[in-house]
Structure formats: structure tokens, C-alpha cells
Ligand binder design. Sequence first.
Ligand SMILES: *Cc1c(COP(=O)(O)O)cnc(C)c1O
Length: 348
Amino acid sequence: MIDLRSDTMTRPTPAMRRAMANAEVGDDCFGEDPTVNRLEEAMATLLGKEAALLATSGTQGNQLAVRSQTHHGNEVIAEQYCHLFNSEAGALGALAGVQVRLLQGNHGVITPEQIESVIQADNVHYGRTALVSVENTHNKSGGTPWPLEALAAVQDCARDHGLRVHMDGARLFNACVATGNTAREYTQYVDTVSVCMSKGLGAPVGSVLAGDQETMDKARYFRKMLGGGMRQAGVLAAAGLYALEHNINRLADDHARAQRLAIALADIEVVDINVNHVPSNMIFFRLCNGLDPYEVVTRLGQQGVKMLAMKPGIIRAVTHLDVNDEQIEQTIAICREVLGKENADLVI
Ligand SMILES: *Cc1c(COP(=O)(O)O)cnc(C)c1O
């Protein structure tokens, strides 16, 4: 089975498993897991921050960032399709107790003018604006990296208004590989950043949140409160350290494969895709002629390729460590077959 539903589908390789098996461990709730400590130090350095914290998931990393930088009743400004608001089980309301102002982004990018238009005035009637969140790469717009200047402008605006900035960098390293920017070039413009090790980096579990020491101390406390205090988590951190060493530069292969797939899909008559906008490892496409994406995804699955059908009528395919060139060619052949003219009965 070729599984393109998400880059979370990667399984740890034998070499990564060996690194996990050989990890030196201790009780991380006592700060005594040397491998967790090494990962947190390595990530803090890589991301140019004072400190870092291993989180159980990207969702937990994001939510710890919000919880640690806001109070109940505060407002958070974010882009309308962001993961933080849409895909984290309502945690902003449930855990942080914040209200959210959603802005319509351009490929996920929001501007200072938009941010200023929703910052609350100092008035007893209003919630207090506390945090701006950005997503890099922006998932729902096809894995789009932020331009550095746009991020610098958001930071300037946030500083002017005394707001913190969080970056959901679930795929930050995809942004780096796609643009040639270093992680620090991005993170210099944000107060906190969360990075997933369980996406394209290929680790089985884990994300890292980085920021200033005071915020990370708060996040560590809230992590414990949320049941995220782990013990011999060095076995997981070892996978993360292995991923940092071996799996960042190779993301370029995933990006090239996404390009290859997108260009081939564009040649299929019923596929509507913008091949000029496949900046990283994610492909989003629509089907013409009233084809039902859910039915198409079922048929692709029967032929051995899994993709994800989403509202409103969009199919997503994501390339990753567990998909090689040959499997991309197989995927193309299967798509040609399933979406070819002879399958006119797919039309609803
Ligand atoms: C996957 C993802 C996350 C985190 O997801 P988890 O499944 O909780 O690790 C956060 N933000 C974005 C943009 C993502 O794609």
C-alpha cells in the first residue's frame, strides 16, 4: 500500500529503532533523562531559543504555547484555516479558555493591517488581545512557506501592540528546505515555535516547543497538568535526535516527488491542480465534471494508493520518507487508470 494521506504515516526505520533501543534514559519528570535533555538543547540551539520542551504531539506543543502566553478570556489572532483552531479538538476553548479572531490569509499569510483590524482596544467590554499565531508551512494552502519579510512585518506589528507571536512549525523544516532559509532565520521573528518530529522527519512520536526560559518553565508546568509529563522518554527523544541528523536535508526528495506527482496529475483531464503552487510536500487537487472525491479516494485505495478526501471536494496527497520514486510512478499509473475516461460512471 502506498499511503499518501499524511506524512505522519512514516514508520521508524531500523536505524532509527536502533538509536531508540540504545538511548540512555532516566526520569524526565525529574529532569534526569539525558537523551531528552540532549534533544531539548539541540532543538533550542537549532531554533535559536533559550530553552525547549519535548511535547507528546504537535497539538500539545501548540496548546502549551497558547496556555503559557495567554490568560482565560484573552484573544488569539490566527489564520482561518490554521491547525491550531480547526484541528486540535477545540483545545483553545477547552484548555486555554481563549477567544479566537480568524483572519483570511493569502496562502496562510496574514498581514499587519489585518492583525491591527482585530486587535481589541483597551475597553472594559472587550477581551484582551494577547497572541498572534502563524503556521509555517501552512498546511491547508498546500504546504506553503512564509516569506521572511511577511513574518518580520507580523513581528513588528505584534511588538508595537505588546502581543506575543507563536509559530506552528509542524513542518518548519519543510519550509527551510523549500526556501533555503535556516530555521533561525524564521524563528528570530517569533517568541515560541513548535516543531513536529512525527511528520516528515519520520520519528514515531513527539514534537518540541521552543522559546524563552520563562515561557518554557510555564509550559513544562502545564505539560505536567495535561498529563504530558513522561518518564524514560529518551527512547522517543533518540528518534528525534536521529531525525535531526539524518532526515532534514532529504525532505528535498519529498518536495521533488510532490512536484513530479502534481505535474503528472495535471495531465489527467478531470484533475484541477495548480502545478505552479506545490511548494513543499503537499498536493491538493480538485476533480472536474462532478466527480465525487470520496468515491475516487475509495477506488484509489482499492488499487493500492491511499489519499485523503476533504471538504469541500478536495483530495490531498502528501509525500514522505516512506514513499520512493517507484511508488510515485505507481501512484501516477493508478491515478491515470482510476480517473481515466473509461471510469465515466464515477460522475454523480
Ligand atoms: C500535524 C500538524 C500539527 C500537529 O499535529 P499532531 O497530530 O498533534 O502532532 C500541528 N500543526 C499543523 C499545521 C499540522 O499539520
